[in-house]
Design a protein around this ligand. Structure first.
Ligand SMILES: [Zn+2]
Length: 227
């Protein structure tokens, strides 16, 4: 199993995808599932209302970064036709990456040594905006990490095949104006088979496809040493 192989070769506590000036002791989990009744108290289709909710949550808990969302079922995608279809069974509302909520312009770091696989500005409403995918090889197995909701500048000076080192600054977080209209956050996802995708890969899936995506992704919390 790739997850076990990978975890044996790494030290999760030392891996950061967000500027290491934000210590992991200043991280706090956040529940953005449909079960969180707080989300009924504000307009979840508004990125500025989201930003206020996240900031208030961090302030009241005296933390600097809120994280969560792997395999979380969310209502927040209801606002965007990009995720919705006529048939309920194809509706995409299960999040398959980890979101790390902190201010725009925060540095994003490469999780592992690797190369740039691809990058793209995915501009659908509710999509990733600027996105980078890295390819990694550890021993004889390869996998990919995806970084979504970046700033426009993050895609300048990139080239496919460019080498990156673990912990290297590869990007900055984007604002709602460019990141698909969300409060600033990093969508971080670990993908085993990238299929034919370039600069994009589903970060939200339907119940029908959950089994496939559960097998084809790794819980980023394991890799980052988060509970
Ligand atoms: Zn996300």
């Amino acid at each position: 199993m790739l997850t076990e192989k990978l975890l044996k070769t790494i030290q999760p506590a030392s891996i950061n995808v967000i500027d290491s000036s934000i210590k992991k002791s200043d991280y706090i989990p956040i529940d953005l599932s449909k079960n969180n009744n707080d989300l009924l108290q504000f307009d979840v289709s508004s990125s500025s209302a989201w930003e206020k909710y996240i900031n208030d949550y961090l302030k009241s808990n005296q933390k600097e970064l809120a994280y969560g969302g792997y395999l979380e079922t969310r209502n927040l995608y209801d606002r965007s036709s990009y995720f919705n279809t006529v048939s309920k069974e194809n509706q995409r509302n299960i999040h398959i990456g980890l979101d790390l909520w902190c201010p725009a312009n925060t540095n994003v770091l490469a999780a592992f040594n690797g190369v740039v696989h691809s990058f793209n500005n995915n501009t659908n409403f509710g999509d990733y905006g600027p996105t980078i995918i890295l390819k990694h090889q550890i021993d004889n197995f390869s996998f990919y990490t995806l970084y979504g909701h970046l700033s426009i500048n993050s895609l300048e000076k990139l080239a496919k095949g460019k080498e990156v080192k673990q912990g290297e600054v590869i990007a900055q977080l984007g604002t709602a104006e460019v990141n698909g209209d969300y409060a600033p956050h990093l969508h971080f996802q670990i993908i085993i088979d990238i299929e034919e995708k370039e600069g994009d890969y589903p970060g939200v899936c339907s119940l029908k496809d959950l089994d496939f995506y559960t097998k084809n992704t790794i819980d980023p919390k394991l890799v980052l040493g988060l509970d």
